[in-house]
Ligand binder design. Structure first.
Ligand code: PLP
Length: 453
């Protein structure tokens, strides 16, 4: 269904010049790109002047919305003082130091050191390299495999994409996945068996994790990586007790738990970190996105003291710690990170998320009643609305039917930008959204669903 008028001049320039990420390339010209010109608060405006509520915070990242003057000022000041510097070879600069100190202060577990990257993918790539480096340092050269999960999303660099458990990140890309193992996705609605309770489902998939480790050999497995709430796999909230049981299995085999907080972190789930909402105890942490409120790219890896000491000992033996990105810890990103965290604290953004979460939940529960909706799941201010062909049997639509993207386009017509992940419509509005704006977003979602029926 084409809901767009003929391409405007700027849309034509767009399709002539850009290779778009995560886009069905063969349909781009037919559908027409939505070219966004400006944003203010939770709203963005396209080049035709149409207003949208940005119900996804861009890509789960613009948590303070658009046009936030305090961030603009912090960025301008940093650009004037020191527009670029780096941390290679023992150089330092205050924005990176200050942000690392802040991260240590708010971290969910004791953290010794912060390593900066430019993105979430680079953070997770770094996590894997660090796990390998650590096990080489500890004299365990065989302990290198990484466990991830079906439907996980950890990024697009070669290793992060290998960790990702989504078909379109693997099909056609020839990834070297031999050191990566994928275990069950903790999604009860979709993968729970007939007559199985949620607790039984949890016990079954944790047993399957344990069996996988035994089969492969615990001495070959370095780490498991997990997003507390799985985001780009369709906003999947694991059952209560899942992470505690997973951690017990990992601890028994000396396998570290890498917590991917790239989407969950900085208030999204109603706590600073998703792991705190989901009862997960991480060993190391990846962060990005809302760390700078998305006003500049930045990622981070946080590690505890014992692991850091292993790097130091290894460096003493083999020389320079040979890893780092030109823009890792860019002063602009770090200055914005410091300011964003200060705003989260001063304006009590997490308190605001907690206050709005029941309103969000109530509207999601109402959306769940719609005949096209199989499940509407949520945590804090993130949610996923899974569309199904048959509500009673949970039968999904034919994957080729493209129902999710079609509904997302209808929603855009109603002025709501939401993201189709297969047939799940994801919601992740800026955390500063007001109750009235949230109500308007859901009204637009419900109008779109009514049109789609
Ligand atoms: N990890 C998670 C959980 C993500 O959701 C994403 C991106 O959406 C990434 C990692 C990759 O981050 P980036 O796109 O900044 O490389």
């Amino acid at each position: 269904m084409n809901t767009h008028p003929p391409l405007s001049n700027i849309q034509t320039r767009d399709v002539e010049a850009l290779l778009h990420p995560y886009t069905p390339l063969h349909k781009l010209r037919e559908n027409g790109p939505t070219v966004i010109e400006r944003g203010k608060g939770v709203y963005v405006y396209d080049t035709r002047g149409k207003e949208y509520i940005e119900g996804m915070s861009g890509l789960w990242c613009a948590g303070l919305g658009f046009g936030e003057e305090e961030l603009v000022e912090a960025a301008t000041e940093q650009m004037r003082t020191l527009p670029y510097y780096h941390l290679f070879g023992g150089k330092g600069m205050e924005p990176a130091i200050e942000l690392a100190e802040k991260l240590k202060e708010i971290a969910p577990v004791p953290i010794s050191k912060v390593f900066f990257t430019s993105s979430g993918s680079e953070a997770n790539d770094t996590q894997v390299k660090l796990a390998w480096y650590m096990n080489n340092a500890l004299g365990r050269p065989k302990k290198k495999k990484i466990i991830s999960r079906q439907k996980a999303y950890h990024g697009v660099t070669i290793m992060s994409a290998s960790l990702t458990g989504l078909p379109y990140n693997h099909m056609g890309w020839d990834l070297p996945v031999d050191r990566v193992l994928h275990t069950d996705c903790p999604h009860y609605y979709r993968f729970g068996q007939d007559g199985e309770s949620e607790a039984e489902f949890t016990a079954r998939i944790v047993k399957s994790l344990s069996d996988l480790i035994e089969r492969e050999g615990p001495d070959t497995i370095a780490a498991m990586i997990a997003e507390p709430v799985m985001g780009a796999g369709g906003v999947i909230v694991p059952p209560a007790g899942y992470y505690a049981a997973v951690k017990e299995v990992l601890d028994a085999h000396d396998i570290i738990l890498i917590d991917d907080e790239v989407i969950n972190g900085f208030g999204r789930t109603g706590e600073w970190w998703g792991c705190q909402s989901l009862g997960m105890t991480p060993t190391t942490i990846s962060a990005a996105k809302q760390m700078t409120a998305a006003y500049a790219p930045l990622g981070a890896v946080m590690v505890p003291e014992d692991i850091y000491q292993a790097y130091v000992d290894h460096s003493a033996k083999i020389g320079t710690f040979g890893h780092g990105f030109t823009y890792g810890g860019h002063p602009l990103g770090c200055a914005l990170g410091v300011k964003a965290i200060e705003i989260y604290q001063r304006r009590d953004i997490i308190g605001h998320v907690r206050k709005l979460a029941p309103v969000f939940a109530a509207r999601m529960d109402r959306v769940a009643q719609h005949p096209l909706v199989g499940e509407a799941r949520y945590c804090g201010l993130m949610g996923g609305v899974e569309l199904v062909a048959d509500k009673a049997t949970k039968r999904p639509f034919d994957p080729k039917s493209g129902v999710g993207p079609q509904v997302a386009r209808i929603l855009e017509g109603h002025g709501a930008i939401l993201r189709a992940i297969g047939d799940t419509i994801a919601l992740c509005p800026p955390m500063v959204i007001t109750e009235a704006e949230l109500t308007e977003l859901f009204d637009r979602l419900e109008k779109g669903l009514a049109d789609a029926e």
